[in-house]
Design a protein around this ligand. Sequence first.
Ligand code: URA
Length: 232
Amino acid sequence: MKLVKLLANLGYGSRKQVTFMFREGRITDDQGAVLYADDQIEHARIRVDQQPLDPPLGLTIMLHKPIGYTCSTSDHGQIIYDLLPPRFRLRSPILASVGRLDKDTSGLLLMTDDGKLLQRIVHPKSHLSKMYEATLARDLVGNEADIFASGTLMLESERTPLAPARMEAINSRSAKLMLTEGRYHQVRRMFAAVSNHVETLHRSRVGGLALGDLPIGEWRALEEQDLKILFE
Ligand code: URA
């Protein structure tokens, strides 16, 4: 790909603006030699104003989403893109969230610009489990794990029952829930179906990939190894 297109796709500006940046000599290699729009050079050696280039296309990240942020590219309030470098919103293809977390849910959110990978993660055949931790408004009564595991629970306005899900009580007012599907507001609706109410909800794991000690509001790029772990 021509350098000018690469930089435009990474959100450094329109093609016209990027062409101008080349003319100004702002695009160099790692030794400071000025680069031109048609040059072919390894991504890692390119500098813009002496700074290394953003990660190449084919980027997948994990974000520790805080409460209060919407998984959307435009909203009146705070959105997940506010937590990323501003240029990331201008990348083409865009870094899209893999599924969604509610505004009031925190935790592990994957984002990728790789459409095939996104489809693979969300495809039901991938059976990627998601682990949630919920705190509840009322004490667990004891039959919730059996109801969720039954594979017969019907949520309001759904046509098919939920797939079996595994629940483990942490204490009387909190539980871990492992889901293999991602229906709208699923965890909140599941607890509502057993006459409870989710007060806080956090996702700690997707597939084999855990949030680990990634601080709230921060993100990191995933490596090959992370993607392997994700599908384990
Ligand atoms: N279930 C919910 O209710 N909300 C989420 O954000 C994710 C799963």
